[in-house]
Design a protein around this ligand. Structure first.
Ligand code: ADP
Ligand code: MG
Length: 340
């Protein structure tokens, strides 16, 4: 009998690692392959090309009972732009692959593209192609993005240095709380279709889930302030998981201060209502699409007055120690995993 290994025994990161081990890139202009937010390509100019792709699958990444197609289109573009932002780059062009079943009307696809067009306009990117297929069930969207970055401005995951400050943009945990609220309202509605959704005062966290904004604004502001991140990643899987990527790849440790985590009031409120910890949502919730980056200590004066940036900790040379300094002054290891 042929051997059969369950994918769950590797997990997401184990699987990607295994794929990576089997791939040997040979082209001289392939500067960076698997392992960062985008692949890096030498364009033979003073800029690198950046190439990345992300997909959204119905039933896995979104539920159309509460996900408006317009927002879904916006999100599909935005989460791809986010990976270019995470390289400190500028997005340029996207291609869009779609698979859809006959459940979708022409008008529905128009809606989806309305959202994509809005995102393309917001982030100043051109939608230049793609592919379309039928699907046996459900909707599948895959977007690829091409971007550019000045060679001396690129930010990798593997270049954080001990004593660097650890920074994050915006706030964390909101997208996760938004999803939990939407899921709850869905259950209420399924139980009694006459029930009206109770989402008042929850607009911010709902929007964090349905319509995340890639932080290109911060990429531009850092450049204007003359700050070059020493490393960067976007927070797609949760702060814990994404910090672990930076630390593992840079061979460093980190201390995060729980009381410095930026968490919106609506995230706290939702946490109380749903009996979920806002800290856990910030650490492990994911889908916030904020930027997690490091800067040298000298850069502190240049970022300290930017309300979009929180300094949440620092990098250490103890590479096995990635710790959360709690509000009770204890230190607990930060752990994370991808989907399994
Ligand atoms: P992100 O969350 O930034 O999109 P991922 O965690 O999805 O990054 O992927 C990590 C790295 O693994 C990236 O460099 C990505 O291109 C690569 N990768 C993911 N899935 C595959 C795959 N099926 N084949 C080859 N490379 C992959
Ligand atoms: Mg990423």
């Amino acid at each position: 009998m042929e051997a059969r290994t369950e994918i769950s025994s590797l997990g997401e990161f184990g699987l990607i690692k295994r794929i990576n081990q089997g791939i040997k890139n040979t082209l001289p202009d392939t500067i960076k392959g698997i392992g960062d937010d985008a692949a890096v390509i030498d364009l033979g100019t003073e800029e690198y090309g950046l190439l990345s792709s992300d997909m959204l699958m119905e039933g896995v990444h979104f539920d159309l009972t509460f996900f408006p197609l317009k927002h879904l289109g916006y999100k599909a573009i935005s989460i791809n732009v986010s990976d270019i932002a995470a390289m400190n780059g500028t997005p340029r062009q996207v291609t869009v692959n779609l698979a859809l079943s006959n459940r979708f009307s022409v008008e529905a696809i128009d809606e989806l593209y309305e959202g994509m067009k809005t995102a393309c306009a917001d982030f100043n990117v051109d939608l230049v192609g793609g592919d379309t297929s039928s699907s046996l069930s459900g909707l599948f969207i895959s977007v690829s993005v091409f971007g550019k970055v000045q060679k001396d401005k690129i930010a990798y995951r593997n270049t954080a240095k001990p004593h660097d400050l650890l920074c994050v943009t915006g706030d964390l945990g909101g997208a996760y709380m938004g999803l939990q609220l939407l899921e709850r309202e869905k259950q209420v509605f399924l139980a009694d279709p006459n029930m009206q959704p109770d989402l008042e005062g929850k607009d911010y966290v709902i929007q964090r889930q349905l319509r995340p904004e890639a932080r290109m604004d911060v990429v531009y502001e850092l450049a204007e302030a003359g700050v070059l991140p020493t490393s960067m990643i976007d927070v797609s899987d949760g702060l814990a998981s994404d910090l672990l990527h930076i630390c593992a790849q840079s061979g460093v440790g980190a201390i995060v201060f729980e009381d410095k985590l930026p968490i919106d009031d609506q995230t706290y409120l939702a946490g109380t209502e749903l009996n979920l910890s806002p800290i856990t949502a910030a650490m492990n919730g994911g889908e916030d699409y904020e930027l997690l980056f490091t800067v040298s200590q000298q850069a502190y004066d240049l970022i300290k007055n930017n309300p979009k940036i929180s300094v949440i900790g620092y990098i250490t040379d103890k590479k096995e120690e990635i710790m959360l300094h709690t509000q009770q002054d204890s230190r607990v290891p930060i752990t994370a995993q991808g989907w399994s």
